[in-house]
Design a protein around this ligand. Structure first.
Ligand SMILES: Cc1cc2nc3c(=O)[nH]c(=O)nc-3n(C[C@H](O)[C@H](O)[C@H](O)COP(=O)(O)OP(=O)(O)OC[C@H]3O[C@@H](n4cnc5c(N)ncnc54)[C@H](O)[C@@H]3O)c2cc1C
Ligand code: FES
Ligand code: FES
Length: 1337
């Protein structure tokens, strides 16, 4: 039966659509057509999980409904025919009833900006629908495909742990011990040594109360649509949906599929769309004929024979995984070596959402050189069955199958029907290995599969095949290694094999992918691991010391504790006044968990709205010769083009401090990703396609400067220098016997806020504009839009409800996008919308400045640092933006926590041909403090002293004065440091680690402690102000508007707590709707961690003004409720509206005289981290982190601890994981979560303990609190330093004494290359080769 109507169910409702556009993804359909905006677009490439929905289908063979998570951003809407989709809106809402998965993530404080939350909710929901009592291991797998940039994951895991069997068991165990820690799995329970060290004052409150959670009752779940169960017509239909440019076919038989293929050889087979989707969205491909083979029986079956398993090409990876897992249980080990390697590999293959839809055939036919499965198929010589209308043929997956990069021998009219995988036979062993940047959901750097067959009953090799991925344009078989046939398996074989592998894996320095020596090292290391694994099998055991080479890192249930003080009543009761200091849940958390929270792009489309797509520069240094939009303008649906020509003379400029950038480039191009113009069209697809048709001619210029080193070489520096000198540096160096010097580099970091930058501009009555922008600085948007349009600020109202994360990236870099949209809205007098795609956002908006810091320190024999001479270089990119201010903070923080009497620091800005770098959490300080921590370690090592002694000797003390003349008061540094040492049990664990390192040759552990001191404030007086407007209505309800933006940091929640406390009302009476320039004008950016300090004081003042006004009435009627009092005040004609303004007193700094007090106060902290590294691969895991943070009297410990953990994990990204790659031509090569890896769920410390310093107060901020957003980020450097310790242990084992420089990020590549062993020595015989394919900025 043929049909051209798409039928599927969404949240129980039947959708019948005969007009569907087959080009649309499920996400586009849900958001644009059904207005289900809980489905978020975070990346569009299946890499973040924000778009996760649950798809259910009825399996007729088993008569079961199966549920699986799907990335709606990749799933074509047509692939949903006959299926049921559930979105976050379909499971619960704040208006009706919350689903427990929504309630628990919110109440456990697992939602900050909330943009990732619906996707995480739906992953968890899907898990529960398949298994209502999951295990912790299931949680691990479930969240492999979800990311979050705000929370640090711990609270999400804690909240969802409560659904697991393990949690219930633990609860009963801990209850018997009378102690509740968040999942400590120590069998000692309350007697665990960790808790024995706590003082009497230590209390462990819970941040949430699991007993208040609504129990999960799976019988209450909505039922699967009966119609889909009763009839199989939708499964069997031959579907053909014709769109304007694309036609979708879903043939019902193999014959009809082959017929289509023969008729249209250029048609694309599409199963999971996890490859094709990327090609279409990001590589500009347009496939006009798409064929979905999921109704073709032969391609969807698994046939298990006696000696092999035949798998249809369209079978999903998850189905293969569960089939193989079953087979592992049924067969002896010797038969299942291949199946076992496949299962292990699939565990590390993408996330569950991808594996649930991606097919084995799609993986093979894509021919990716880093496919995880193809090396296995090639090493074992799997049989591929190909079919076409003219017949079938079977080929072996061997060296001939891939004919080039992503090319195979399969003919255009052929399809892959199935793949046949043998069981292993007696004497056959198969091993597979993969190393990636991040452990979960990451493509391989190198993968290898090794198939060894021995002659029956001997150790003589009958066959040895090694297939490599990631070492060339295709997966390939090592040729030389096959020559080992006939040799006996012994130590000599290893040497021969290594020489052969070395020959088989040549990589030139410019090989795509970079990391050339590391990749070769991995190939050899993988073989070494296999060699030992094989020895173990053959000989029954391995030396204990060597055993560490074969052990892989496995998931361990994370545990955590949080220690904090709270006012007497520890509950989070919202009806109780005086809530300051309590762990109140983020005010929007529930709405975020249900998908009701509205972000910029969720605002419904407005009649006549246009979509804007930028035309970007594609050269980094050039002159524009011409820009021709003619072809683009002729494109269907295009309305117009804007460029510099549309801006009045003198108004085409921007920049937060120096206006040194053009909005639209007219002649000189100074980096890729600048705006040349923008296309306006009726929808996004049309605008984006047309933008690519704008013709631009350039005249290339030289040089193209990417790195700091190149900028120094070419003298490409901005003129400003920031210099401070105190004491007598030169003299001290002359006198000193002990001098060390060194340099540190920190790389670029991408903000990766989950909501990309978006904007909606609505022209109103003459010259009035309403702007909705995902920005941290709405006043600046109004200011710059007013400048570019030439109209006064009072006519431009910028409104922001919330933003999906900012981290500094939405402070100044949102301005040009809003300006351009406003220019378009003015020109066409129509509303204009834009939402940057993730790849655009990453390529054009800049990020954290890379830094090079050179230092020299003089010190006494007792460890006192006498002098420090530092040169700081920051890679600013092509323009100023906020770079000078970022540099200033670096210059101020260059000594971190150490009092150094003689100090000289000189900071310079490098001008490069990269997008302008900007504010990012920490604002330059972490990069400078990193150098200080490196320096102090070198001092300790030079003196052969314990680091702790040297640190303690130099820490700032009460009353000390910094090199920039600020006195340190209320100095809690030593307290943080000592408590951290004590709580982490540092000294004892150091001994244990030493012992571990003696016993394990290939795994090493390291522990390290760092402290931090962060100056709170902008450092610029005029920004240190904020306002608040309070309106009280006659029913007693209170509306606050403040100058700050809610971006997940819990600002609004804290402000509500403050207002409720001052007015003595329940927080439930107070509401914050949005921030807007017509309510509170001229506000400062929500940045520099001072949002709560500035706005909190403004709120306090506004409330006090109001309270003062009501005082006479209150004295007269002391018994009246707040509501009645307010009502009475109205009738007495008392104004119920007030404005509070606050300006931080006494902050200023004069660079000329080095005088003043730039910061309001300091936030202090300390962290101790232990790691374990795998010396063979460079992999690592964080075993434990203990943080002590001095946050004064926390306004809300749940929010503050969330900020500490989130900042720590973001810092972990900076110091260990995240690496942005640039080509020598200045092209950003890492443009999405596929290539750029932010930390995932499994990267958090296995044990994560956070304590807020007790008894700390702060007279300089509201209710004695302290700023929290940025200060904890630097503490993550403790991971890098712990890794460094572990590498030192590995080098010691090899008798290598030379020092080495571990720059940030400490990637797997660096770890492996510094763990020098015979493999590295062999590879680097002629020296370490720097990749010329990419440049480190
Ligand atoms: C976020 C993400 C993470 C990923 N992680 C990994 C990873 O860790 N490891 C890894 O190896 N890959 C990974 N991939 C790549 C991808 O998921 C796999 O290659 C997947 O198996 C492709 O299957 P598909 O069904 O989605 O292919 P589709 O995109 O539907 O098709 C891919 C190609 O195969 C062709 N094709 C499909 N079936 C047939 C057939 N029967 N006959 C002929 N041609 C056919 C299609 O025409 C198309 O050219 C990842 C992808 C994403 C988006
Ligand atoms: S938006 Fe779909 S995975 Fe990121
Ligand atoms: S709360 Fe997860 S990305 Fe913001």
């Amino acid at each position: 039966m043929k049909s051209s109507v798409l039928v599927f169910f969404v949240n129980g409702k039947k959708i019948v659509d005969d007009q569907v556009n087959p080009e649309w993804t499920l996400l586009q359909y849900l958001r644009n057509k059904l207005r289900l905006c809980g489905v978020k677009l975070g990346c569009g490439e299946g890499g973040c999980g924000a778009c996760t929905v649950m798809v259910s289908k009825y399996q007729r063979e088993t008569k079961k409904v199966v549920h699986f998570p799907v990335n709606a951003c990749l799933a074509p809407v047509c692939s949903m025919h006959g299926l049921a989709v559930v979105t976050v809106e379909g499971i619960g809402s704040t208006k009706t009833k919350l689903h427990p998965v929504q309630e628990r993530i919110a109440k456990a404080h697992g939602s900050q900006c909330g943009f990732c939350t619906p996707g995480i909710v739906m992953s968890m929901y899907t898990l529960l629908r398949n298994c209502n009592k999951p295990k912790m291991d299931d949680l691990d797998v479930t969240f492999q495909g979800n990311l979050c940039r705000c929370t640090g994951y711990r609270p999400i895991i804690e909240g969802y742990k409560t659904f697991t069997e393990d949690w219930e068991l633990m609860q009963s165990k801990n209850k018997t011990n009378g102690y509740v820690a968040n999942g400590s799995d120590c069998i000692m329970g309350a007697n665990c040594c960790k808790y024995q060290q706590l003082t009497d004052n230590d209390q462990n409150h819970n941040l949430f109360n699991p007993n208040s959670f609504v129990p999960y009752d799976s019988s209450q779940e909505p039922i699967f649509p009966a119609e889909l169960k009763l009839t199989d017509c939708y499964d069997k239909e031959y579907l053909m949906i014709k769109g304007k440019d694309v036609t979708w076919y879903r043939p019902d038989t193999l014959e009809s599929l082959l017929q289509l293929k023969s008729q249209y050889p250029k048609s694309k087979i599409i199963v999971g769309n996890t490859e094709v989707g990327i090609e279409v969205k990001f590589k500009g491909q347009l496939y006009t004929m798409l064929i979905q083979p999921t109704s073709v029986h032969e391609l969807n079956q698994i046939i298990i024979n006696n000696d092999s398993i035949r798998i249809g090409a369209a079978v999903t990876l998850e189905d293969i995984k569960s089939c193989f897992e079953n087979q592992l249980k049924l067969h002896p080990k010797c038969k299942t070596y291949i199946l076992k390697s496949v299962v292990e590999m699939l565990h590390r293959f993408a996330g569950k959402q991808i594996r649930s839809v991606a097919s084995i055939g799609g993986n093979i036919m894509t021919g990716s050189p880093i496919s995880d499965l193809n090396p296995i198929w090639m090493a074992i010589g799997a049989t591929l069955h190909l079919s076409s209308s003219s017949g079938t043929r079977s080929v072996i997956m061997d060296d001939h199958f891939f004919t080039g990069y992503r090319k195979t021998i399969v003919n255009p009219d052929e399809i892959l029907e199935s793949i046949e995988i043998p069981f292993t036979k007696e004497g056959q062993y198969v091993f597979a290995h993969k190393q990636s940047r991040r452990r979960d959901d990451d493509i391989a750097i190198v993968n290898t599969a090794i198939n060894i067959i021995f002659q029956p009953g001997t150790k003589i090799i009958e066959e040895l095949k090694i297939a490599f991925g990631g070492l060339g344009p295709t997966t390939f078989l090592g040729k030389s290694t096959q020559n080992l046939r006939g040799l006996e398996w012994n130590n000599e074989i290893f040497e021969i094999a290594c020489t052969n592998i070395f020959k088989d894996t040549p990589l030139s320095a410019n090989a795509p992918g970079g990391m050339v020596d590391y990749r070769r090292a991995l190939a050899l290391s993988f073989f070494f691991r296999t060699f030992l694994e094989m020895n173990k099998i053959l000989n029954g055991n391995l030396d204990k010391n060597i055993e560490s080479a074969v052990e892989k890192f496995h998931y361990k249930t994370p545990s955590s504790t949080q220690f904090f003080d709270i006012p007497i009543n520890s509950n989070e009761d919202e009806t109780e006044p005086s809530p300051v200091g309590k762990p109140l849940v983020h005010r929007s958390a529930l709405k975020q968990a249900t998908g009701e929270a509205i972000y910029t792009d969720d605002i419904p489309h407005i009649e006549n709205e246009l979509y804007m797509a930028f035309v970007y520069t594609t050269k980094a240094h050039a002159m524009i010769k011409s820009i021709d939009p003619k072809t683009a303008l002729a494109h269907d649906g295009v309305i117009g083009f804007i460029s510099a020509k549309d801006i009045s003379e003198g108004r085409n400029k921007l920049g937060p401090v120096h206006q040194d950038e053009q909005l639209f480039i007219t002649d000189l191009v100074s980096c890729q990703g600048q705006f040349l113009g923008a296309i306006l069209a009726v929808d996004q697809t049309k605008a984006q396609r047309a933008a690519k048709l704008v013709k631009v001619e350039y005249e290339a210029l030289q040089p193209c400067i990417v790195s700091i080193e190149d900028a120094i070489l070419h003298g490409s520096l901005f003129p400003d220098v920031r210099r401070i000198e105190v004491g007598n540096v030169d003299e001290t160096f002359k006198m000193s016997k002990n001098i060390i010097q060194g340099k540190t580099k920190t790389g670029y970091q991408e903000h990766f806020y989950f909501e990309t930058i978006g904007c909606l501009v609505i022209p109103k009555e003459t010259d009035e504009f309403e702007m909705f922008v995902s920005s941290q600085h709405h006043a600046e948007i109004t200011d710059f839009v007013s400048r570019v349009l030439g109209i006064p600020q009072h006519k431009i109202v910028t409104r922001i409800k919330r933003i999906g994360g900012g981290f500094g990236g939405k402070q100044s870099r949102t301005v040009p996008i809003a300006m351009a949209a406003a220019v378009a809205a003015q020109k066409f007098n129509r509303p204009v919308r834009i939402l940057l795609d993730r790849d655009e956002d990453m390529a054009v908006t800049g990020g954290r400045h890379p830094y090079l810091v050179k230092y020299k320190a003089a010190f006494s024999s007792d460890g006192t640092i006498d002098a420090l001479d530092v040169e700081v270089f920051a890679n600013a990119g092509h323009s100023y933006d906020l770079s000078l201010e970022v540099l200033e903070r670096a210059v101020f923080h260059v000594e971190n926590c150490y009092k150094i009497k003689n100090l000289r620091v000189v900071g310079r800005l490098c001008k490069t041909n990269l997008p302008s770098n900007t504010a990012f959490r920490g604002f330059g300080a972490p990069q400078a403090m990193f150098a200080a921590e490196y320096m102090i370690r070198q001092v300790a090592e030079h003196l052969k002293m314990d680091l702790v002694t040297v640190v303690a000797k130099n820490l700032y003390k009460e009353g000390d004065i910094t090199h920039y003349s600020q006195q340190i008061i209320n100095c809690n540094l030593s307290r943080c440091f000592e408590e951290c040492l004590q709580k982490s049990n540092y000294f004892e664990r150091q001994n244990q680690i030493n012992q571990f390192n003696i016993e394990n040759k290939y795994k090493k552990r390291g522990i390290s402690i760092v402290t931090t001191k962060y100056g709170v404030g902008f450092g610029v007086p005029f920004l240190e102000q904020s306002g608040c407007l309070i309106n009280v209505y006659t029913d007693g309800s209170i509306l606050l508007t403040i100058g700050g933006v809610e971006m997940g940091q819990g600002l609004y929640t804290k402000m509500i707590q403050i207002a409720a406390k001052v007015l003595g009302v329940a927080p439930g009476l107070v509401h914050i709707n949005e921030c807007a320039t017509d309510k509170v004008p001229n506000s400062s950016p929500s940045a520099a961690s001072v949002g709560s300090d500035l706005n909190g004081m403004a709120v306090l003042r506004a409330c006090e003004i109001l309270k003062e006004r009501l005082k006479p009435l209150r004295s007269k009627y002391p018994e009246l409720s707040w509501e009645k009092l307010v009502n009475k005040a109205y009738f007495e004609r008392i104004s119920l509206s007030a404005v509070g303004h606050f300006a931080t007193p006494d902050v200023f700094y004069d660079w000329e005289t080095n005088s003043g007090t730039p910061y309001n106060y300091y936030t202090f902290g300390a962290a101790c981290t232990e790691v374990e590294i795998d010396c063979l691969t460079g992999d690592h895991r964080v075993l434990r982190t203990d943080i002590i943070m001095d946050l004064g009297a926390s306004l809300n410990p749940a929010i503050d601890i969330g900020q500490v953990e989130g900042a720590f994990m973001q810092g972990y990204g900076l110091f260990v994981l995240e690496e942005m790659l640039y080509s020598p031509e200045g092209t950003v090569m890492t443009r999405g979560p596929g290539a750029y890896k932010i930390p995932g769920f499994s990267d958090i410390p296995t044990e994560f303990n956070v304590s807020l310093l007790k008894g700390s107060s702060n007279p300089r901020a509201v209710y004695s609190s302290k700023a929290v957003g940025e200060p904890p980020l630097f503490l993550a450097s403790s991971v890098l330093f712990a890794i460094r310790e572990a590498i030192i242990a590995a080098r010691k084992e090899q008798n290598i004494q030379e020092s080495f420089q571990l720059d940030a990020p400490a990637t797997a590549e660096k770890i492996r290359m510094f763990c020098v062993d015979n493999i590295i020595k062999k590879i680097c015989e002629t020296g370490y080769r720097k990749s010329t394919w990419n440049v480190i900025p």
